[in-house]
Structure formats: structure tokens, C-alpha cells
Design a protein around this ligand. Structure first.
Ligand code: PSV
Ligand code: MN
Length: 389
């Protein structure tokens, strides 16, 4: 076995792809939510589904929660339940976008009372992090305006900076704040954190515990996301990813489905800097919704897509690439990259799974497990969890 393959296998063994609790609930577009049978009815059942993904992939050992969608009475109990099921609670995602009070924004709202309410929610998320043993607070703000002149763009930046500073001051030594950005939606004229530059500038102002999170669906078409990755990595400001794929805007489809080559290019920048395994300090998360496909196999497939892109990136011959680049060999350098991308890594991953005591085909193994029929029978009555429930 070549050194590169051995290295790839060892890095892949330590790779963790965090699954989002909300991927297991019902979701849809603003036109229709199609309900599925056996969908979790509470955060415990969502964690059970996330643990099932981990059981079949061995690569999804943490689950992200979204507050208040995953609000429970006793967070210590929830964390213990996760541990009993072989997973841990990962990122805590805040939600300052689903309350009537937030119509004109949350942390950037012109009314200090609404800003206080949003800030208190973020502080509550830090308390939850403490209770579940999570290190990462993920912030995404739906704030922005719909019409020119609606509010002062500059004043909103001041309000944002002020709230972020208060929340930052409350972070523990091992805790981080991951600031997401999004070009547009739900605001259509301007967004208060529209791009990585804005997120980066706020994170620099805040300090080392603030880092940028890249949601792969949050850019203008054609944006070179791997450039953003390379830049932020170099600055020590890349905190994590919300992986998903998009054809048009924020489609939240399975990562690697729309553009596996882009996912490979992103993973290549990370592999170049040895930033793939769990010790990289980068949170690799999925942020997806499975509206028309069965949810658990879709999440399993997404984890496998991420593993495939990672394996290909780890197979890039860095020495040959550097030599070609230094020699100004444009086609040679490109060929080194394409050779890795065009490698069928499925046998390598099947072998790795076998070595880990897993089934070589996680999707087939899940289908044969009877889990779907079991939860469909068990999860009768109650209210199926949904985006926003
Ligand atoms: C916003 O579009 C976003 O990407 C944020 O991460 C939210 O928390 C998440 O989607 C909700 O699905
Ligand atoms: Mn996201």
C-alpha cells in the first residue's frame, strides 16, 4: 500500500462529519412540507436517528442542536442519552429568526429591547453548551433590510458588533463562536452579515475565539469557495463548515450531490494544510433538509459523499503538485489534481469500513437493518418534528 493511501486511511478514520438534528425532521419549501412516516417527535428521537447514521458510517459521531427547536427540560439528560447512543452533542445553533419580534431583525434591530431579547437567547445557548459539553456556538443572523433607506446599514453594523462583543465575553476558555454569513434571504435588499469578509472582520475584532463558518449554499453562483477556505485557513479564522449543495440558491441538498468537484476542491485546500481530521479544530457539519427523500439514508449518503471527496483530496500527490507548480507546468499541475479527483475511492473506503468492523455499503446495511420499519411502528402519535418545531 502506498504511503499516500495509508495516510489517507488514517486521516479518514479520524474524520468526523457532524449531523444536524433538523435534517431528521420534516422539512420543505415555503410551498409545501411533505410529512414522512417515522419522523422523530422530539430531540431524543432525533439523536437516536443521528446515532443510527454514526452506527452505519462510523464517521458522524456528533449531532448539532438548534435552539429552540431542540429545547428540552434537562440538557444534562439529553447529553447522557446521546452518550448512551454512542454520539455527543456538537454545535449549538442559535435561532433569532422565528419570532414575531424579529421581523425587522434581531441583533441589528433598531429597538434595544429586541436586541436584548436576542442577546439573552445567545447567552442562553452558551448555558446549554455548558450543560451538554459543547464547545461551539453557531450564529446565523437573518438580519437585513428589504428596501433602501429602511434602516441605517452602518448603525446596524455597530449594533451587531456590540451584541457580538457581549456574547463573546461570556465564552468559556474552550468555547468558540462561529459566525455564519449568507448573501441574501430572508432579507432581499441588504443582509447584515452577507459574506465571509464581513464575518471575518467581526471575528478579527472579537478575538481568537471567534471564527468564520462557511455554509456552502450561501454564496453567489460561481463564487470560488475554495479561495475563501484557503484564505481563512491561512489566517487561522476558519471555524467550520455547514455542508450542503446547491443548484440555485440555498437549496440545502445533499452535500456532494450538485457539484462533487467543488467539494473535492474545498477538501483539497484543507488536505494541503493537514486540516481534515478531528484534531484540525475545524467543525465539519452538515446543514441540510431532506424534503422528498428518506432522511436517514440521505444523511448517510451525505456523510459518504464527504468521505469520498476527502479521500480523493488526500490522494493528491503534493510533491508532484509542488514540482509542477514550481516549474510553471500549468497542465502538469492540473493533471495531478485531476488524477486524484478521477480516482475511484469507493474500494478504499469499503476496505476502511471493513477494517473498522462496519458494513462496506452503509446505505444497503441501513436498509437491511429494519430501523425504518421499527421507528415507523414505534413513532405513532405525538407531533412529528419539523423545521421550526
Ligand atoms: C440559514 O440558511 C442556515 O444555513 C443557518 O445555518 C440556520 O441555522 C440553518 O440554515 C437552519 O436550517
Ligand atoms: Mn447553515
Amino acid at each position: 500500500m502506498s504511503d499516500r493511501v495509508t495516510h489517507a486511511k488514517s486521516v479518514l478514520t479520524s474524520q468526523n462529519i457532524e449531523t444536524p438534528s433538523w435534517a431528521f425532521g420534516n422539512s420543505g419549501t415555503r410551498f409545501k412540507v411533505f410529512s414522512q412516516q417515522g419522523v422523530p417527535r422530539d430531540p431524543y428521537e432525533k439523536i437516536a436517528d443521528a446515532a443510527t447514521v454514526h452506527r452505519f458510517t462510523g464517521a458522524a459521531g456528533s449531532v448539532a442542536l438548534h435552539i429552540p427547536w431542540d429545547k428540552v427540560e434537562d440538557y444534562t439528560r439529553l447529553a447522557a442519552y446521546a452518550a448512551d447512543h454512542g454520539v455527543r452533542v456538537g454545535t449549538i445553533n442559535s435561532n433569532t429568526f422565528q419570532d414575531d419580534d424579529y421581523m425587522l431583525g434581531s441583533v441589528c434591530h433598531p429597538d434595544p429591547g429586541i436586541r436584548r431579547k436576542a442577546t439573552d437567547h445567545l447567552l442562553e445557548c452558551i448555558e446549554i453548551m455548558e450543560a451538554v459539553g459543547s464547545n461551539d456556538l453557531k450564529l446565523w443572523f437573518a438580519d437585513g433590510t428589504n428596501y433602501p433607506g429602511q434602516d441605517s446599514i452602518a448603525a446596524r453594523q455597530d449594533r451587531l458588533a456590540e451584541v457580538l462583543a457581549e456574547v463573546y465575553a461570556r465564552l468559556g476558555d474552550d468555547q468558540r463562536m462561529l459566525l455564519e454569513y449568507k448573501l441574501f434571504e430572508p432579507s432581499f435588499y441588504h443582509t447584515d452579515v452577507p459574506d465571509w469578509g464581513t464575518s471575518y472582520a467581526h471575528c478579527v475584532e472579537l478575538g481568537p475565539k471567534a471564527q468564520v463558518v462557511i455554509d456552502t449554499g450561501h454564496h453567489a453562483p460561481g463564487t470560488n469557495i475554495e479561495f475563501i477556505v484557503a484564505f481563512l485557513l491561512r489566517q487561522g479564522k476558519l471555524g467550520g463548515f455547514d455542508f450542503n449543495s446547491r443548484f440555485y440558491a440555498d437549496d440545502d441538498l445533499m452535500v456532494g450531490a450538485a457539484d462533487p468537484f467543488q467539494l473535492f476542491r474545498i477538501m483539497h485546500e484543507l488536505a494541503l494544510r493537514g486540516a481534515v481530521g478531528t484534531d484540525s479544530g475545524i467543525a465539519y457539519m452538515l446543514d441540510q433538509c431532506h424534503n422528498i427523500e428518506p432522511k436517514i439514508p440521505a444523511v448517510i449518503r451525505s456523510v459518504m459523499n464527504a468521505q469520498e471527496a476527502t479521500a480523493k483530496a488526500l490522494l493528491v500527490d503534493h510533491d508532484a503538485l509542488e514540482a509542477a507548480q514550481a516549474a510553471g507546468d500549468v497542465l502538469g499541475a492540473n493533471a495531478v489534481l485531476m488524477d486524484a479527483y478521477n480516482t475511484d475511492v469507493r474500494p478504499l473506503l469499503a476496505e476502511l469500513r471493513e477494517e473498522q468492523g462496519l458494513a462496506t455499503d452503509p446505505v444497503a446495511a441501513f436498509a437491511a437493518s429494519g430501523y425504518t420499519a421499527k421507528v415507523q411502528a414505534e413513532r405513532q402519535g405525538g407531533q412529528a418534528a419539523g423545521w421550526g418545531a
